[in-house]
Design a binder for this molecule. Structure first.
Ligand SMILES: [Zn+2]
Length: 259
């Protein structure tokens, strides 16, 4: 922690492979997707921080399950998707809303990114994107409540953010995602280089996140559905020629489900 009051982002591990992203300065912290309260409570105590806000991206228990316990001994605003059943929300938000965390000097814009769930949202600000289970490093979330069309549009919205945007996803799925991405694009040199560098991070048990939008655009097959190599791989896997980006997306999403 530096002496300045600039915020930093710290990953807290939860369950098998979840990250609870913790935004903090010297005095305050906000958490994104606290599926479990205990890692957050431990961190707040250890670092002598005061929780000032909770942000949720979608309603799955591994992202919101710790909220009520965090609220048991304190009262802080809880932001989350207006269109999903999360009983603990105090501030339901959707596309176009702003979330300001004054204690951290941060302001985020809310983006609607349905597909994994029906009203999944992301928080974008301070050159950072908190995107839950929609965009992963080299992958994307499963379609539990949305259509391929919705998910493809949500991913396109995220892919259009500035190249340097830091991408904070909800899970450490990167190495498995890279395995699949290499099956889709065996000749992608950036992807091969990424496989080596991310494996090295995991060997030292370091997070592979955050990623960047630029890196995802180069290596994430789900953001590359207009690339000839991805179109060809999707068509070959389907046994039928597809070219429409949504059909290409649907084909590789289905392929990955069974991979
Ligand atoms: Zn989820």
């Amino acid at each position: 922690m530096s002496d300045t009051d600039k915020f930093e982002v710290v990953p807290l591990r939860a369950f098998k492979d979840n990250y609870i992203w913790t935004l903090r300065n010297r005095r305050y912290a906000a958490v994104v997707d606290p599926g479990d309260a205990q890692p957050v409570l431990d961190y707040l105590q250890r670092e002598r921080l005061e929780l000032c806000a909770i942000l949720a991206t979608h309603h799955h228990p591994d992202h919101v399950g710790g909220i009520s316990e965090l609220l048991a001994s304190r009262s802080v605003p809880v932001y989350g998707p207006r269109g999903e059943p999360i009983a603990t929300l105090t501030h339901p938000v959707h596309e176009g809303d702003e979330v300001e965390i004054v204690q951290l000097g941060l302001r985020f814009r809310v983006l609607d990114i349905p597909g994994h769930t029906r009203a999944h949202i992301a928080y974008y600000g301070a050159n950072s994107l908190f995107c839950g289970d929609t965009l992963f490093a080299c992958g994307c979330g499963r379609l539990f409540e949305g259509t391929a069309q919705q998910m493809a549009a949500s991913l396109a919205k995220l892919a259009a953010l500035p190249d340097a945007t830091l991408v904070y996803s909800g899970h450490e799925y990167t190495l498995a995602n890279i395995d699949f991405a290499r099956a889709v694009e065996p000749d992608n040199a950036e992807l091969a280089a990424r496989a080596a560098s991310e494996s090295e991070k995991r060997r030292h048990e370091r997070p592979t996140l955050p990623s960047t939008i630029a890196r995802e655009r180069q290596t994430n097959p789900f953001l590359r559905c207009t690339q000839p190599a991805v179109i060809a791989a999707a068509s070959k896997h389907l046994g039928a020629a597809v070219s429409d980006p949504v059909q290409v997306f649907a084909a590789i999403r289905q392929w990955k489900n069974n991979y």
